[in-house]
Design a protein around this ligand. Structure first.
Ligand SMILES: [Fe+2]
Length: 247
């Protein structure tokens, strides 16, 4: 039994692809075929695949239906995290999603997913992504303070959601925790953040995140071991559509 993760599939079997990069970058060519082949090679039916947000460009469940069919056709159990583009998913309706897709897909939000001795916990997270103001050398010299204040509001809401999930896992006796975030745990200006602090407070073993795709953004946050916790970026294009083994 193994645990794998990958994020940012941005499927659009029956919706409009809204990212020009996805249409022109060679890394994205035939990405669904590449991912399917890699999943079939690596995953067995008793494995679990966590999809770390931005599943579909569809704006509604109906528009996402063929994308969910594709996800369900991949081997293993599938756990989905909410990404910033997942417009089909309102947080308050997560329970309804879990009822609708019971036995097929699990939606990770304000709950946890048991994986052996581990609890998988997750939420979208957030990190302030600017606008940043650069000098002539391309160095960041300032940033938008209003956008920063809005980011802080979103971050505190996400922290609350994560605490609910972490406490639920703990209350059920889980002490081994893996934390999934769609956004990176830090932005390019930070060395640590409220999310890295939360991971340390709860003794999380690993933090897995996505969202940064495109070569220029692959190394915007923490990768590898930081203060005794392992951090992994699992954006699909970064992984060349090969799910990363987490456990
Ligand atoms: Fe994203």
């Amino acid at each position: 039994m193994s645990l794998f993760a990958i994020g940012d599939l941005h499927l659009h079997f029956s919706s409009e692809c809204r990212a020009p990069m996805q249409r022109t970058d060679p890394l994205w060519k035939n990405h669904t075929q590449k991912l399917r082949a890699n999943c079939q090679r690596l995953l067995k039916e008793d494995d679990t695949l966590v999809l770390v947000g931005d599943h579909s460009w569809g704006k509604s469940l109906a528009q996402c239906a063929p994308d969910f069919d594709y996800i369900q056709s991949l081997p293993g159990k599938k756990v989905l995290l909410r990404g910033n583009h997942d417009r089909f998913w309102e947080v308050s309706k997560t329970e309804r999603l879990n009822e609708t897709f019971a036995g097929k897909l699990f939606f990770l939000q304000n709950n946890y997913y048991p994986y052996g001795d581990y609890a998988l916990v997750g939420s979208m997270g957030f990190s302030f992504e600017g606008p940043f103001y650069l000098n002539r050398k391309g160095q960041i010299v300032d940033w938008d303070r209003e956008a920063e204040a809005e980011a802080e509001r979103r971050i505190s809401r996400e922290l609350e959601r994560l605490r609910i999930s972490l406490e639920a896992a703990r209350a059920d006796g889980y002490h081994r925790l893996i934390l999934f975030l769609h956004y990176p745990p830090t932005n390019i200006l930070e060395r640590r953040s409220a999310f890295t602090d939360l991971a340390e407070e709860y003794g999380v073993h690993q933090v897995v995140y996505a969202h940064t795709h495109g070569e220029a953004r692959f190394h915007n946050s923490i990768e590898g071991s930081f203060r005794c916790i392992d951090y992994s970026l699992v954006s699909g294009d970064y992984l060349r559509w090969t799910p990363k083994r987490i456990l």
